[in-house]
Design a protein around this ligand. Structure first.
Ligand SMILES: C[S@@+](CC[C@H](N)C(=O)[O-])C[C@H]1O[C@@H](n2cnc3c(N)ncnc32)[C@H](O)[C@@H]1O
Length: 500
C-alpha cells in the first residue's frame, strides 16, 4: 500500500461543519447541477454539497489517495470518483458530460504547499514540467522559481473549465488569490464576481497562515477586483482590492492617487552573500568574531558596519555592532586583489572557501570566489534612507556615517544621498501619514515581504514634496528627536533637486 506523506499531499481534511459553512455562503451565488471536487480527500465537501444543492445530478471527484477514494464511494449514487493524480487527470472525462444548460460548481481545498518546500524535502507531488508548459497563461508561474501547488491547481481548473458555465469556490492562502488577480491579464480565462472570505486557518486546520475561501464565476467578462469579507460576517464587505485604472492596489479604500507615481531614485536591495557565519562579524571588545564564535583577525578596510531588518526600528542610526565583509565594489568584480590589499582577510576567506563555494544559489556559479550580490556604487553612500521589506508597518530610517557607509542585508531596501540633510528630509516625508496610507493601499501585508522594490518605486516623492510646506515638514520632523537642523533654505534646495 502507498504511504501518503501528510505534508507532501497537503493532507489537511476540511471539517464537515466548515464545509457546510462554505456551502451556506456560496448557496447565495450558485445553484449547480454538477459538482467537481478536484482533490476530495475524505469527502466532506461532497457530503456538504450533496446535502445542500438539490438540483445536483452528478458529483465528480478526483483523489490520489486510494484509502480516501474507497471511503467516499457510498456517500451518494450521484458520485463519480477518479482515483487519480490531479496533475495527470484528463478533464475531458468530465467536460464531455457537461451540456449547455448545466451549471458547474468546482469546490474544494487543494493541498497548500509550495514547490520549493516540496523540493527541499525531496518530495514529488508536483505537476510535470512539460505539462506545465502546455498550459496557456502559465508563463508567470513557470518563470517563477517558487509557486504554490494550490495556485497551480486553481489556475489549471480555471483554464480547463474556461468555456463552461461554472463557478469556483476554493479554500487557499490569501496570497494565492492575490497572485491570481495580480497576473489576471496574462490568463486566457475570465472571471467575475470575485470574492474572498477570510477565515482563521489556525482554528480550522491548525496551521499558521492567512487563509480564505476564494469564490469566482468563470465568465466572458473579466473583473479584476476582489471583495473581501470575513467568513463569520459574510455580508459585511471589509475592503476591495485589485486593478483600478491599470494599477494594482491591495486596498481601494486607502488609495490616494496623488501619491501614486514613480520614485525619482532607484530603490536598491541590500547585500546578499548567503554565508552569514563567515561573512558577518560582530565587534566585541574591539575584536571581530564570526558566526561560528571564532575570533577573526582581519584588516578592517573591507569590513563595513551592517544593519538587518530587525535593526531598522528607529528613525536615525549612525552605528552598528554588526559588520559585513564587502569583497567587491561591484557585482562580478575579480576578488584576487584582496590577496595584496588585505592579506589576512584573504587568508580568512580562503580558510573558509569550502563553505563559501558551497553556497546553493545558482548566482554564485561562475562568479569570482567570495562573490557577493546587491553591491555597486550605490552601496557606498554615507547617508541612506532604508526600510525593512519584512515588517508590516513601513518605517523609514536615516543611516548616517561620517566614516564607512553602513551596509544593509538583502531583507532591506535603501536609497543613497550625498548630504545627510537630504536623507533626513526624505525619511520624514516617507514616514508621513499620506505615504504610509498609500503604502498600505498597495502592499500585501500577508506576504512575507510586503515592501518590495516594485512597491517602493510607486511612491511619487516629488508630489509629496510639492504638497508639504516647510511648516508641515518641520512639525513632522520634530517627532523624531533627531538633533539636526533643517532650515527653510535646506528644504528649498531639496525641493529644487526633485521638482523642476
Ligand atoms: C487539503 S486536503 C483536502 C481534502 C478535501 N478536499 C477537503 O477539503 O477536506 C488535500 C487533498 O488533496 C489530495 N491530493 C494531494 N495531491 C494530490 C494529487 N496530486 N492528486 C489528487 N489528489 C491529491 C490529498 O490526498 C488530500 O486528500
Amino acid at each position: 500500500m502507498l504511504i501518503f506523506n501528510k505534508l507532501e499531499y497537503g493532507d489537511y481534511q476540511t471539517p464537515l461543519n466548515f464545509c457546510e459553512k462554505v456551502v451556506n455562503i456560496i448557496q447565495k451565488e450558485v445553484n449547480p447541477s454538477i459538482i467537481l471536487e478536484p482533490t476530495f480527500g475524505i469527502g466532506n465537501f461532497i457530503k456538504a454539497t450533496n446535502q445542500k444543492f438539490d438540483r445536483v445530478k452528478k458529483i465528480y471527484g478526483i483523489e490520489i489517495n486510494k484509502e480516501y477514494f474507497e471511503k467516499v464511494q457510498d456517500i451518494t449514487s450521484k458520485f463519480i470518483g477518479y482515483n487519480e493524480n490531479i496533475f495527470e487527470f484528463n478533464h475531458k472525462n468530465i467536460i464531455n458530460n457537461i451540456d449547455k444548460n448545466d451549471e458547474l460548481l468546482i469546490i474544494g481545498n487543494p493541498p497548500w504547499i509550495t514547490n520549493s518546500q516540496l523540493m527541499m524535502k525531496e518530495l514529488a507531488n508536483l505537476p510535470k514540467k512539460n505539462n506545465f508548459k502546455k498550459l496557456k497563461g502559465f508563463e508567470s508561474i513557470t518563470g517563477a522559481s517558487n509557486f504554490d501547488i494550490c495556485e497551480y491547481i486553481i489556475l489549471d481548473l480555471l483554464n480547463q473549465y474556461s468555456d463552461i458555465n461554472a463557478s469556483i469556490a476554493m479554500l487557499c492562502k490569501t496570497s494565492v488569490v492575490t497572485n491570481i488577480i495580480k497576473e489576471i491579464n496574462k490568463y486566457k480565462f475570465k472571471i467575475s464576481n470575485i470574492k474572498m472570505y477570510l477565515f482563521d486557518a489556525k482554528k480550522v486546520f491548525g496551521v499558521n497562515c492567512e487563509a480564505c475561501l476564494f469564490f469566482a464565476k468563470i465568465d466572458n467578462i473579466c473583473e479584476k477586483t476582489v471583495d473581501v469579507y470575513n467568513i463569520e460576517n459574510p455580508n459585511d464587505l471589509i475592503y476591495k482590492f485589485g486593478w483600478k485604472q491599470n494599477k494594482f492596489y491591495s486596498n481601494f479604500e486607502m488609495i490616494d492617487s496623488n501619491v501614486d507615481g514613480k520614485f525619482p531614485i532607484e530603490w536598491r536591495q541590500g547585500i546578499k552573500h548567503d554565508c552569514s557565519k563567515i561573512m558577518e562579524l560582530r565587534l566585541i571588545n574591539n575584536k571581530y568574531f564570526n558566526g561560528l564564535k571564532e575570533e577573526v583577525e582581519v584588516e578592517s578596510n573591507l569590513v563595513y558596519p551592517l544593519l538587518k531588518s530587525s535593526d531598522l526600528k528607529k528613525n536615525y542610526i549612525d552605528k552598528s555592532d554588526k559588520f559585513v565583509i564587502v569583497t567587491q565594489n561591484k557585482v562580478k568584480q575579480d576578488t584576487t586583489y584582496i590577496a595584496e590589499d588585505s592579506p589576512k582577510l584573504w587568508n580568512y576567506l580562503n580558510k573558509n572557501k569550502e563553505k563559501l563555494d558551497s553556497r546553493k544559489s545558482s548566482i554564485y556559479n561562475n562568479a569570482p570566489a567570495f562573490s557577493i550580490f546587491g553591491i555597486g556604487d550605490y552601496s557606498f553612500y554615507k547617508y541612506k534612507v532604508a526600510i525593512s521589506g519584512f515588517y508590516k508597518k513601513p518605517n523609514f530610517v536615516v543611516l548616517s556615517s561620517n566614516e564607512k557607509s553602513i551596509m544593509l542585508d538583502d531583507t532591506c531596501y535603501f536609497i543613497g544621498f550625498e548630504k545627510e540633510k537630504d536623507a533626513i528630509i526624505t525619511m520624514t516625508l516617507l514616514n508621513s501619514q499620506k505615504v504610509q496610507d498609500f503604502l498600505y493601499s498597495i502592499a500585501f501585508l500577508d506576504k512575507k515581504r510586503p515592501y518590495t522594490k516594485e512597491v517602493l518605486m510607486r511612491i511619487d516623492l516629488p508630489k509629496i514634496i510639492e504638497d508639504t510646506n516647510f511648516c508641515t515638514f518641520q512639525s513632522m520632523l520634530n517627532q523624531y528627536n533627531i538633533e539636526k537642523t533643517i532650515t527653510e533654505d535646506d528644504y528649498r534646495e531639496y525641493k529644487n533637486i526633485f521638482i523642476n
